[in-house]
Design a protein around this ligand. Structure first.
Ligand code: UDP
Ligand code: MG
Length: 208
């Protein structure tokens, strides 16, 4: 019979690492186009899209005991404790038969990044970074009307601050490892996707 430690280990990663998963982190500020482009990548390259924000919003809706805490943090633009987000991501990967995942909007700070790596043993293949001006991101967030409680100017400002202070350092960390594929995300959706495609198409196929 397994001990509590063994059980925790199984849940925490061994079954995931055995699967040899390919994970791409999709990062960029709020409104930089992560979700939109992930939908295109899924369609063309067979990845499964996991949006950390969507998983957290689903957790609120499901009436989970963490729901109120998550809802309050999202409303303040704060980063939900790693433990909560990582469990949701792990579960989603375990429940899906695919072996290629786009993880969108995570990791958002150094602690997220380190905790995910140590808990799952997964290191991202690369990081797709949507580089967008704050002016453009603000315009998109205020214009998108998805009924999100955090798409108001007060929360948007807070999200920008958290992004600059906590999330950009994560991108810089991966850049120092040569893992960042930077995309100019200010352009129209189709043009941005052309640049994204060039990242996902293996280099030997690009010449034709
Ligand atoms: N969030 C979080 N951890 C994550 C992803 C999202 O705490 O790993 C919270 C955070 O409060 C964030 C909100 O969910 O501001 C919305 O995130 P989402 O990625 O959906 O928004 P985006 O940045 O794409 O506009
Ligand atoms: Mg999103």
């Amino acid at each position: 019979m397994g001990t509590a430690v063994d059980t925790a280990k199984e849940v925490n990663g061994s079954s995931l690492s055995e699967k040899k998963l390919t994970v791409v982190f999709v990062l960029g500020g709020p409104g930089s186009g992560k979700g939109t482009q992930c939908a295109n990548i899924v369609e063309h390259f067979g990845y499964t899209h996991l949006s950390a924000g969507d998983l957290l919003r689903a957790e609120i809706k499901s009436g989970s005991e963490n729901g109120t805490m998550i809802q309050n943090m999202i409303k303040e633009g704060k980063i939900v404790p790693s433990e909560v987000t990582i469990k949701l991501l792990q579960r989603a990967m375990q429940e899906n038969a695919n072996d290629k995942f786009l993880i969108d909007g995570f990791p958002r700070n150094e602690e997220n990044r380190a905790a995910f790596e140590s808990v799952t043993g997964i290191v991202p293949e690369f990081v797709l970074f949507f580089d967008c001006s704050e002016e453009e991101m603000e315009k998109r967030l205020l214009g998108r009307n998805q009924g999100r409680e955090d798409d108001n100017i007060d929360t948007i400002r807070k999200r920008f601050n958290v992004y600059m202070e906590s999330s950009l350092p994560v991108i810089q960390y991966y850049d120092s490892k040569g893992k960042v594929r930077k995309i100019d995300a200010v352009k129209p959706v189709e043009e941005v996707f052309e640049a994204v495609k060039a990242v996902f198409i293996p280099s030997h196929e690009k010449t034709a």
